[in-house]
Design a protein around this ligand. Structure first.
Ligand code: TRP
Ligand code: ZN
Length: 525
């Protein structure tokens, strides 16, 4: 579902030079000292990447970056008048200022059905059939998907075999006839290979498909989905998903959404998972491992089903036992939980961050020992289901709308769920923001997408806003934001405009000073 068109082509061209920096990142801040990956040694807010190390044991293969294709989307709409001009080519960028190589134009995906046969003995192999329901937004006959490191065997459109081509980062489909604007066509892509991670160029380090000894798991944010399926890999094209995972008996495939089928036959276990609400591609995940599915009592009317490695089942409750109460507090503050079901996926691997994969947040097994020390992270990833997942960033420049909000929600949980005094929380918010004032949370740059300032100064911005507007208007703003933009994407400008609309105040100056890189304003209110 395409919600909005991101910045114009001209701005995408200007930032191409920035993208050359994507491959570099500061190794010094992502040291692999395993002690820094232990949440218990890193203070309480371990979701902040500055306090944790990046995974050092993943293979990094950075896909070649392509120059933005700008030639094809600017033809006149009036194709009837010029039949010779009728062959239209979809663009290979949605114009994200930080990631001009991501996404494709000319169509809008409504559903991905991913039939994945996954073998994990030795190195992982993937055999995939992606059935993609899409409709043309232009009558393009050539259009592309993002796909890295896998080989396409065949492509059909509505059952007709069509030509295709692959570059290091794109699958280009050449149809024999243009997509009809507004009606659904079904593109079926058969592909295979060994999915691999690549370096994200952010502090997070490698993203994509990880193949560790105990588990295989896909981590997408911001652009790793394309390592395991052909996808319009940008939040502006959200879609629903159906996953069918065929894995060796004894293991279990887990994905986003609700489990709707499970069977074992001839040495293979097949599970089917459905995410029925629109999802941004970076929030899709699949994992294969020795999982137990644990259903717990519904909290706040939300079904909870967790996927936990067998060896961690006994300690699981010690770290995640507060989820039901958190659901009560957050539904009260933010409004209804936006998906059919919640749960976590604890992957038995040692990566140093948690990720808010939609409907089922992903945690590293290395975080889980039952001592309760990851309470803030548990709250953080849950809060992302509203902020980041239900309302997603329109471009990656808007990342503070995810991380600032989820970070502030940790404090809201402590205040409303744990009775921690506001004064105490406020002091900590101010201190931590002051420790990490830059880069500007409102425009951190692609390499600093997950910089501490995005989390801390971004979170403090919301507290300052609450003091400025008062509790009633502030929480009304959060709920209206989710109501108005839920299921799609929104930008910082949208947030500022809504805050101004609801408060009647002029807030440009407020947001400029809080979301910039200058001195951090004092809390006042
Ligand atoms: N969004 C994550 C958080 O909750 C951080 C993150 C970004 C991440 N990309 C990732 C975690 C990839 C794991 C893998 O703060
Ligand atoms: Zn986060």
């Amino acid at each position: 579902m395409i919600r909005r068109v991101a910045p114009v082509v001209v701005s995408a061209l200007i930032v191409v030079s920035c993208s050359s920096g994507i491959g570099e990142f500061d190794q010094s801040v992502t040291g692999s000292d395993p002690s820094t990956t232990d949440p218990s040694t890193t203070g309480t807010s371990t979701t902040d990447p500055s306090t944790t190390g990046a995974s050092a044991n993943a293979t990094s293969t950075t896909p070649e970056r392509e120059t933005v294709t700008t030639t094809s989307t600017t033809r006149p709409d009036d194709v009837d008048a010029a039949p010779a001009e009728a062959v239209r080519v979809g663009g290979q960028s949605v114009g994200d200022p930080y990631y001009p190589e991501l996404g494709n134009t000319g169509y809008d995906v409504s559903n991905y059905r991913l039939d994945l046969t996954i073998d994990t003995a030795g190195i992982d192999t993937l055999l995939g059939v992606a059935t993609i329901d899409l409709s043309g937004t232009e009558p393009v006959s050539t259009f592309s998907f993002d796909l890295v490191g896998l080989t396409v065997e065949s492509v059909t459109i509505d059952g007709r075999e069509v030509e295709f081509d692959q570059t290091p980062t794109k699958l280009v489909v050449e149809s024999d006839r243009p997509l009809t604007v507004g009606t659904t066509d079904v593109v079926e892509i058969t592909y295979s290979g060994t999915p691999m991670p690549f370096d994200s160029g952010t502090r997070i380090g490698p993203i994509g498909w990880f193949d560790t000894v105990a588990v295989s798991v896909a981590v997408g944010e911001p652009s790793g989905a394309r390592t395991w399926y052909p996808v319009n890999d940008h939040p502006t094209d959200k879609a629903t998903y159906l996953f069918r995972l065929d894995v060796p008996e004894g293991l279990l495939g887990v994905a986003n959404g609700v489990l709707t089928e499970r069977s074992t036959e001839n040495g293979r276990t097949v599970t089917q998972w459905e995410m029925r609400q629109p999802m941004a591609s970076y929030l899709a995940t699949v994992s294969v491992g020795d999982y137990q599915l644990i259903d717990s009592e519904p909290g706040a009317g939300v079904e909870v089903a967790d996927a936990v490695p067998t060896r961690l089942v006994d300690v699981f409750e010690g770290d995640f036992g507060l989820t039901d109460e958190m659901l009560v507090v957050f539904t009260d503050l933010f409004g209804p939980y936006p998906f059919d079901e919640y749960g976590v996926l604890v992957a038995d691997a040692d990566f140093p961050f948690a990720l808010e994969t939609q409907g089922r947040s992903l945690f590293s097994g290395g975080f889980v020992d039952g001592d309760g020390s990851i309470e803030r992270i548990v709250a953080h990833e849950l809060a992302h289901q509203w902020f980041g997942n239900h309302v997603s960033p329109e471009t990656w420049v808007d990342i503070w709308l995810n991380e600032g909000f989820a970070t502030y929600a940790e404090d809201l949980w402590l205040e409303f769920g744990r009775g921690v005094g506001l004064g105490q929380l406020e002091t900590r918010l101010a201190v931590r923001a002051t420790e990490a004032p830059a880069p500007a949370p409102g425009d951190p740059g692609p390499g600093d997408l997950f910089a501490p300032s995005v989390y801390r100064r971004g979170g403090a911005t919301l507290h300052a806003l609450r003091l400025e507007l008062g509790d009633d208007t502030f929480f009304e703003l959060l709920r209206t934001w989710l109501d108005r933009f839920g299921g799609g994407v929104a930008s910082t400008d949208d947030f500022v405009a809504l805050a101004e609309e609801l408060s009647g105040e002029e807030l440009d100056g407020f947001f400029d000073s809080w979301l910039g890189a200058g001195p951090i304003p004092a809390f006042s209110g």
